[in-house]
Design a protein around this ligand. Structure first.
Ligand code: ADP
Length: 755
């Protein structure tokens, strides 16, 4: 189908697509148009990775907007929200306004209401529904990207319930769900009352195979020699072979440590193949990477990048990840070893994909578990760059003949699994039952069950009584904790319940926090509060490594007085371990708030800069929730909670809170200013400029900005010379002040309640 023949789209679109090199629709796109996607029809598109799903979504959204409507695009990861927003920003020149909902909803509510096209995560949309954002009622089209993630136990239920609520708010809403190829796309279509496009078409051929011994074995029966040298690993041999054909390789491994190890080793292979010009350009990228944060992760990544290799995982700072992705797309970086986070959406195709590890550690089974066919096929889908490569190759690695056969059976020839709703799990229901009642979608047990009946779960279960039973337990829990009131069959949310729902807390986290801040009435310590929020199900704790058990048991005894709530017995294996993991996480936050250097923290706790930032963001959000709850319950601990929150936000001790709150200052600059005698915001306004300039290491631009942000009128640094005594360690190291937990010169170090 030619782009000129698509009905219902804005008149400028065909030319726009042609400009971007798109003349003919891909077959699945044409099918979607035939199914009415540009005329308001709901659709599920189950199509392989990189086969043009985004354009299907755009056709739906743009035609909906052309009819005067508003479209919402739901992404599965926060990192993808800004990427998609940038992608859609190209439509701004045709008069569309494009927004992304990430931060504080109150601040951006009005602005979002004026947008034509909005990008948000499902958690963010859920939170907007709970806060009753009025523009949600005016939506005409919603797109759910990667809808197969309804299968994910931790995040799937939110997507599922959110779609059900949006459809309830707007009965005529067009729902477009994009999915990888899955076993039961029909069931999803049925749930959403949508037409189905179920295709395995790809724009570029994909050859799937397994490397074993000295050869590649392909799915079409073909065999090609690929020798592995003496003490070389198969992955290195494959990367070398790909380089001979001037191609790049994406290697998927099962842990961050493995990703880093592989990049280091593979750099030995790629390093030999670089031209002097490539070396020079890579050195520049490496320098940028070092500038992101002064941690070991940053240094290791830069060292690999200099030689044409890189790793990519959730422990890297976002700036690291985008530098790596860009250089990989520019074909400067020849190999990236990644954990599967990369497969979930970031568009980085590569000539060859190697799925090196097909098993991953799974805490719930206490051992290694094979990846699903769906996951492996999504990684496979990254192979082959249309227009650049003749075809893509996706490979697994076998160590024995038996494994060769097994991998063919298990992955190469296998069809992906069916996705299954995880809504009936208690933690998910606990959260969503409260929110559903609090935001007025159900006022009684009957209405609640009727609402849940519109979810995917209800269409999939054949165990009729189960949902009802779990719902009953959950209601009892919510009533016992004073979040819901029950009168016969009627259900209403208490004022506390409303707050918890709006704060987007798991009710169990809220109950734990309330219990803790009651216990700490008076003046709980920062460590006590950090530990409290780290214990909630909303925080991912750090793992205990060998020796940690003893260390943190000792710490628990030393600082017992400060810890809030009941302490479990050391003999309760699981609970005690969890409680200690929370203590370790809390200790890391305490270090951060006591101005310990970022690289020291990374080393001491065995984490990357992205982890520090993640924990800090979550802790800040949970503490702000704790502050609200303490306020609502009129507890005396609210000011202490506030102080602990601000300290963790900026990573500073108490005395620096005021200074660190000035935009552009941050933890390191605050410390240097303070030590030079400029102890707070007011002092900045009257301080001797040469002292300020000295403390800021002679950076005039920075000094002027900081003074302006502190509210000073005369900010000019012209003719001012830096007071050397204000910068005692000016000689040593680079000025990385104001570097947030994950690096970068972030003025605003984290965004509250931002999903
Ligand atoms: P998916 O979302 O399915 O993983 P994308 O939507 O990212 O895949 O599409 C992959 C690439 O294909 C993009 O670079 C896109 O511009 C290109 N593309 C999409 N549709 C067409 C088309 N009809 N003709 C040519 N290229 C296309």
């Amino acid at each position: 189908m030619n782009v000129a023949d698509v009905a219902g789209v804005p008149e400028w679109l065909p030319d726009h697509l042609r400009e971007g090199g798109i003349e003919e629709l891909y077959p699945p796109q044409a099918e979607a148009v035939e199914a009415g996607v540009t005329e308001g029809e709901s659709l599920v598109a189950s199509v392989p990775t990189a086969s043009g799903k985004t354009l299907i979504a755009e056709l739906a959204m743009l035609s909906s907007v052309a009819r005067g409507g508003t479209a919402l695009y739901i992404v599965p990861l926060r990192a993808l929200a800004s990427e998609k927003r940038e992608e859609f920003a190209e439509y701004e020149r045709y008069g569309l306004s494009v927004g992304v909902a990430t931060g504080n909803y109150e601040a951006e509510g009005e602005w979002l209401a004026s947008c034509d096209l909005i990008v948000a995560t499902s958690e963010k949309v859920d939170s907007l529904v709970r806060n009753d954002a009025p523009w949600l009622r005016d939506l005409s089209c919603v797109v759910a990207d990667e809808v197969h993630l309804v299968d994910d136990p931790s995040r799937g239920p939110t997507l599922e319930v959110t779609l059900a609520k949006l459809r309830r708010l707007n009965p005529s809403l067009q729902t477009v769900a994009l999915s990888a190829t899955i076993g039961n796309a029909g069931a999803i279509a049925e749930w959403l009352d949508a037409a189905l496009v179920d295709s395995d078409w790809r724009p570029i051929d994909l050859r799937k195979g397994v490397h074993y011994g000295q050869a590649l074995h392909f799915d079409d029966g073909d065999k090609r020699e690929l020798p592995v040298r003496g003490n070389e690993k198969p992955t290195a041999a494959i990367v070398r072979d790909t380089l001979d054909e001037d191609g790049s390789t994406l290697v998927f491994v099962n842990s961050r440590r493995n990703a880093e190890g592989a990049a280091k080793r593979l750099a030995g292979v790629t390093g030999e193949a670089l031209t002097p010009e490539e070396e020079e350009r890579l050195a520049a990228v490496a320098e940028e990477i070092r500038g992101v944060s002064d941690t070991e992760t940053s240094d290791d990544l830069a060292a690999a990048v200099e030689r044409g290799a890189a790793f990519h995982h959730a422990g890297c700072a976002p700036e690291h990840r985008s530098l790596v992705e860009d250089a990989f797309r520019d074909r400067l970086i020849k190999v990236v070893s990644a954990t599967p986070t990369l497969a979930a959406g970031v568009n980085t195709p590569s000539r060859r994909v190697v799925v090196r590890d097909w098993r991953r550690y799974d805490g719930s089974v206490g051992g290694m578990k094979p990846l699903s066919v769906l996951e492996v096929h999504q990684m496979f889908g990254r192979a082959g760059r249309p227009g650049l490569d003749p075809y893509g190759e996706a490979l697994l690695l076998a160590n024995s003949h038996d494994e060769l056969d097994e991998l063919f059976e298990r992955y190469v020839w296998a069809d992906p699994e069916a996705v299954e709703s995880k809504l009936a799990a208690e933690p998910a229901l606990r959260t969503h039952v409260l929110a559903t009642v609090a935001s007025g979608f159900a006022g009684s047990r009957e209405e609640l069950l009727a609402f849940l009946d519109r979810t995917l779960y209800a269409t999939q279960t054949d165990e009729q009584g189960r949902l009802e039973r779990v719902t009953e337990d959950v209601i009892a829990y919510l009533v016992a904790n004073d979040f819901l009131e029950r009168d016969g069959d009627d259900l209403t949310a208490t004022s506390l319940g409303h707050t918890v729902s709006r704060l987007y807390l798991d009710p169990m986290s809220a109950a734990e926090i309330i219990d803790g801040v009651r216990d700490g009435d008076g003046r709980p310590s920062a460590l006590g509060l950090y530990h409290l929020v780290c214990r909630t199900p909303d925080m991912y704790e750090l793992y205990l490594r060998s020796g940690d058990r003893e260390e943190y048991t000792m710490l628990a005894h030393e600082r017992e007085e400060e810890l809030l709530g009941a302490i479990p017995s050391e003999f309760e294996e699981g609970r005690w371990e969890d409680w200690l993991s929370a203590l370790k996480t809390a200790r890391m936050l305490e270090d951060w708030a006591e101005e310990v250097e970022e690289d020291r923290i990374a080393e001491r706790y065995g984490v990357g800069p992205g982890d520090v930032r993640g924990k800090v963001d979550t802790a800040e959000w949970l503490l702000s929730a704790a502050e609200r709850l303490a306020g609502e319950l009129d507890l005396g601990s609210a000011p202490a909670v506030r102080e602990a929150r601000v300290r963790v936000r900026h990573g500073v001790s108490e005395e620096l809170i005021d200074l660190a709150g000035v935009r552009g200052v941050g933890r390191k600059r605050a410390r240097r200013l303070y030590d030079a005698g400029v102890t707070d915001r007011a002092a900045l306004r009257s301080a001797d400029k040469s002292v300020v300039l000295g403390a800021l290491r002679g950076r005039r631009g920075t000094a002027e900005t900081v003074l302006k942000n502190a509210g000073r009128e005369d900010t000019s640094m012209d003719g001012v010379s830096a007071d050397a005594s204000a910068a005692p360690d000016a000689e040593s190291g680079s000025d990385s002040a104001a570097v947030g937990p994950g690096g970068g010169d972030r003025d605003d170090q984290s965004s509250l309640g931002d999903f």
